[in-house]
Design a protein around this ligand. Structure first.
Ligand SMILES: Nc1ncnc2c1ncn2[C@@H]1O[C@H](COP(=O)(O)OP(=O)(O)OP(=O)(O)O)[C@@H](O)[C@H]1O
Ligand SMILES: [Mg+2]
Length: 588
């Protein structure tokens, strides 16, 4: 029997209700005659505070409330991939079809389609012993994605029966003999979104998440199973960068959480993302993507839930043995939802009005990233990488969401308003960004380029040096600087233009493979190594700037492959020799 009660008072999206028993914190509640969805966020004496996921206008005191007896759960099974759902897993696509873009309330759509039939291929046999996490069968859910149906985490036993065939998510595909009797096996399971799914073992991180974006892969990589934040003021490139990673990274599954971003922007993603081509398969990227977006005008708590929903879906795919990348855009909107709910509960605010538990909540989310041995036998390995955009008001990184996030992530891509203004994209500031995954990246890159770490360090040093020299140049003017220093400035300019700047909308340069990244950086440093001795021995900087190869080096990124880079290296040698001869430089 589920608990029932009545509405006492309504305060915005917060509903105060009395139950005829003791409901549990976090329980999912059906509110009012409209059966709006909500969640108990506080219990105080007899009163339960229910945060509704939907607009509450029209609700009246005295209307019934029903406790579903369980917290907000994700329904897991075939039918999620390539869909667009809201923060409480209602299909936006279906909602649109049903009600148009403005969702009418109380439209209780079940998350997983109950009628759709899936071709289930059994992978175990009668008599097999299985434990939670073991794969019992597969479903080719989309052309690009094989769904692996697993024993729910808390079950184990012996397969009593199992059959391949066409089934809905609720059909019985087999039976499991457990210590407590026989239980039916279905393709669908549920999991409470605010709880991490269990694993057998957490593993050290081993591989970088390759994105094809040079400033990320080469300078500030994130590891598979790691966490990264991309903070930036208005229009600095958070969304474009995350979408580039969604498109080009070497993750198997992409989860895009549009957390309370402006409606029209999300509508844009919803409209365009399904069209994107998947560079890995030539099919559509959406075939291995889930989008969580509150296109509908839902109140804050649905936004607050959307991150947990996204992470739970991510963990589910991780448990199948996939590398999952989750992008949350933006975690600031999530934190604002938290603040809003806290305010309604009249909790004592801490910094900038956020509740004192903001930091804990941020930690709880990022802790769910990781590389693991999944439940079940066979040492299956999967990972969840979490990438969160942060939108600090006024682009000021000292505000609470940015500073707390900083403590729990391994990579920090600091977007810079001034770079964005100068149209240096991605506007990731190379002096303020950092990565704690350098050992992971170094090991990976060194496999095919032993000198990689030195070259990278050299390039970063030149960029740092240049920023110091620029300070001086601002005071005395560039022309007054010694040529050695002017060469460092030239070098930094070449690194910026020829390497760091990468146009997301350029046909070729939108993606740069690792091999090309390494070759490109190397040829730029080769240039420095060639001309630096010339400068030291009196060749004027103007003569160096006149070398034809300078321009070629800046354009290399726009040509496919690494052959043009090798050609440029040849040209560089010839032209450096010419200059040396002209100025009678002998020692090089
Ligand atoms: N890598 C890139 N290549 C080319 N242009 C870019 C790139 N990144 C960002 N831009 C430009 O900057 C604009 C703003 O980017 P974006 O929408 O991603 O910013 P945002 O930080 O998400 O902004 P908001 O704060 O409004 O959410 C883009 O429309 C695009 O013109
Ligand atoms: Mg954005």
């Amino acid at each position: 029997m589920s608990l029932v009660g009545t509405i006492e008072r309504i305060n915005g999206s917060l509903v105060l209700a009395k139950f005829d028993g003791e409901p549990k914190m976090g329980d999912l509640i059906e509110v009012g005659n409209l059966k709006l969805m909500g969640e108990i966020v506080r219990l105080s004496g007899e009163t339960a505070y229910v945060q509704c996921y939907e607009v509450t206008s029209g609700l009246r005191p005295g209307e019934p409330v029903v406790d579903t007896g369980h917290p907000l759960v994700a329904e897991l099974g075939p039918g999620i991939m390539s869909t667009i759902v809201d923060g409480v897993q209602r299909s936006e696509t279906e909602l649109w079809n049903l009600t148009g873009p403005f969702v009418s309330r109380g439209t209780n759509i079940v998350p997983l389609n109950r009628e759709k039939v899936w071709p289930f291929e059994a992978k175990v046999e009668t008599g097999d012993k299985v434990v939670g996490g073991d794969i019992i069968g597969t479903v080719q859910e989309t052309e690009s994605f094989e769904h692996r149906v697993m024993i729910p985490p808390d079950q184990s036993g012996t397969i009593k029966s199992i059959k391949s065939g066409d089934f809905t998510v609720e059909d019985v595909v087999g039976e499991l003999e457990t210590a407590d009797g026989v239980v039916p096996l279905k393709m669908m399971q549920t999991w409470p979104v605010r709880m991490g799914r269990p694993t057998n073992e957490r593993l050290p991180l081993e591989q970088p998440l390759m994105t094809g974006q040079r400033v990320i892969d080469t300078f500030f990589p994130c590891a598979k199973g790691g966490a990264a934040a991309i903070p930036g003021g208005f229009g600095t490139g958070k969304t474009v960068t995350l979408q580039q990673i969604a498109k080009w990274s070497d993750a198997d599954v992409i989860i895009l959480i549009g957390c309370g971003e402006r409606g029209n922007e999300m509508a844009d993603v919803v409209a365009h993302f399904p069209e994107l081509e998947d560079p890995r398969s030539g099919r559509r990227l959406i075939q291995r993507t889930v989008i969580i977006a509150n296109v509908s005008n839902m109140p804050v708590s649905a936004r607050e839930a959307s991150i947990y929903m996204g992470v739970t879906l991510g963990e589910y795919y991780r448990d199948m043995g996939y590398d999952v990348a989750i992008m949350a855009d933006s975690t600031s909107r999530w934190a604002e939802a938290l603040r809003d709910i806290s305010g309604r509960l009249e909790e004592i605010p801490a910094e900038a009005g956020f509740p004192a538990y903001l930091s804990d909540r941020i930690a709880q989310i990022y802790e769910r990233a990781g590389r693991v041995v999944t439940l079940g036998g066979g040492r299956r390995i999967g990972s969840v990488t979490l990438l969160g955009a942060v939108s600090p008001p006024g682009g000021d990184f000292s505000e609470p969401v940015t500073t707390h996030t900083l403590r729990y992530i391994g990579t920090f891509w600091a977007l810079d308003t001034e770079l964005a203004y100068r149209r240096h994209f991605p506007a990731i500031n190379w002096l303020r960004s950092f990565t704690r995954y350098m050992d992971v990246a170094s090991r990976w890159w060194s496999q095919f380029d032993p000198g990689w770490e030195d070259i990278r360090a050299r390039a970063l040093r030149l960029l740092e040096e240049a920023s110091e020299i620029e300070e001086t140049a601002r005071i005395i003017g560039e022309k007054a600087l010694p040529d050695e220093q002017r060469l460092v400035l030239l070098m930094a300019e070449m690194l910026r233009e020829g390497f760091l700047v990468q146009n997301a909308f350029h046909e070729v340069d939108t993606y740069c493979e690792a091999e090309k990244q390494a070759a490109l950086l190397k040829v730029l440093i080769d240039f420095y190594n060639e001309v630096e001795p010339l400068i030291r021995q009196g060749v004027p900087i103007e003569r160096i700037r006149e070398m034809g190869v300078v321009n070629d080096l800046l354009r290399l990124k726009e040509n496919p492959g690494t052959d043009p880079i090798d050609e440029a290296r040849g040209l560089l040698k010839v032209q450096a020799d010419e200059v040396a001869e002209e100025y009678e430089v002998t020692e090089r």
